[in-house]
Design a protein around this ligand. Sequence first.
Ligand SMILES: *[C@@H]1O[C@H](CO)[C@@H](O)[C@H](O)[C@H]1NC(C)=O
Ligand SMILES: *[C@@H]1O[C@H](CO)[C@@H](O)[C@H](O)[C@H]1NC(C)=O
Ligand SMILES: *[C@@H]1O[C@H](CO)[C@@H](O)[C@H](O)[C@H]1NC(C)=O
Ligand SMILES: *[C@@H]1O[C@H](CO)[C@@H](O)[C@H](O)[C@H]1NC(C)=O
Ligand SMILES: *[C@@H]1O[C@H](CO)[C@@H](O)[C@H](O)[C@H]1NC(C)=O
Length: 295
Amino acid sequence: MAMSSCIFFFFLFSLAVGDSYSSICRSVCGNLTVAYPFGLRPGCGHRAFRDLLYCINDVLMLHIPSGSYRVLDIDYPYDALVLHDPHISDCGSIVLGGRANGFVVEPWRADYLTPSPDNVFMLIACSTRSSSSSRNCSRVGGGGMVGCAGYYGCPAWDIIRPKSSGYDDGSECCAVSNVKSVNLTELDCQGYSSAYSVAPVRERRPENWSYGILVKYYYRSGGSDGDDPFFSCPACEATGGSCGYQAAGGNGVCLCGSRNSTSDCDSAGSPQEFPLLKLTSRNKLKTQLVFLSRS
Ligand SMILES: *[C@@H]1O[C@H](CO)[C@@H](O)[C@H](O)[C@H]1NC(C)=O
Ligand SMILES: *[C@@H]1O[C@H](CO)[C@@H](O)[C@H](O)[C@H]1NC(C)=O
Ligand SMILES: *[C@@H]1O[C@H](CO)[C@@H](O)[C@H](O)[C@H]1NC(C)=O
Ligand SMILES: *[C@@H]1O[C@H](CO)[C@@H](O)[C@H](O)[C@H]1NC(C)=O
Ligand SMILES: *[C@@H]1O[C@H](CO)[C@@H](O)[C@H](O)[C@H]1NC(C)=O
């Protein structure tokens, strides 16, 4: 082979190898794609979301100190997760007895994972001993916004108490939003509902609200103000790598098969380190096809 075809071949070969690394961390659980900044494998994703998501029988679960939640959706463009608490109250039923999780994350994770400002927690049957000033809640909501005033219109309340008796003692429902956590034990509440209605669609009817916990996730990678100024996930992914973090220290790392790079898969790595043994069978086939087409 002439030198030029050698180089050409090497280029194709690199492409075939390159796309194998992107599958190191990306995974699918049920109908949800788990990608950066999340990861299901240790060392994958951003360190802020380590030990958080688990795929159990094709159901994506999120574990935090307050409990386990089913992940209904991951909205990557909006940087949000939709969580379902198995004992959350909704429009059709109210679950009392303090069985629900609420929402409490580890203190170190609170800056990375916090309920969306669009999300309203409606605390139900809270003890009057827990002062409403510490709860800072409101029984109203008004203007088509999610809140207790609208929530009282749900059929679930017919079962708890006949509508005619009114709900004026303020302990039946109490709405809070813009909070980092909801600890039902601390607040001494029997249950809660959580709903959101994302702008510009403001649903007036409580039947049409989305029930669940809308959680925003925050992380930065790269840039001088980033968590990790020397690592850029887009740069890593552009060279076919998967973004992860180092076990020690938690700095970002680009996973490139048999080697790791602090930047991307094109830089560093001497020819001897070329990850021949890590080729997947799919890529082996691709490489053989390249051979055939060139001969
Ligand atoms: C909620 O608050 C109670 C009482 O202060 C505390 O014992 C418990 O650990 C808290 N729960 C979480 C998940 O932090
Ligand atoms: C995933 O499937 C469930 C039903 O199993 C459905 O309710 C949900 O809307 C689906 N989510 C997405 C993002 O397609
Ligand atoms: C309660 O809400 C007011 C504004 O509505 C805010 O200024 C105040 O800091 C809040 N208090 C607590 C304890 O969150
Ligand atoms: C709201 O829900 C009702 C049924 O509860 C439905 O008939 C109506 O079309 C919904 N409205 C919107 C704007 O989706
Ligand atoms: C690369 O980094 C990942 C995640 O920290 C780690 O699990 C793996 O062992 C590292 N691989 C090498 C070859 O150092």
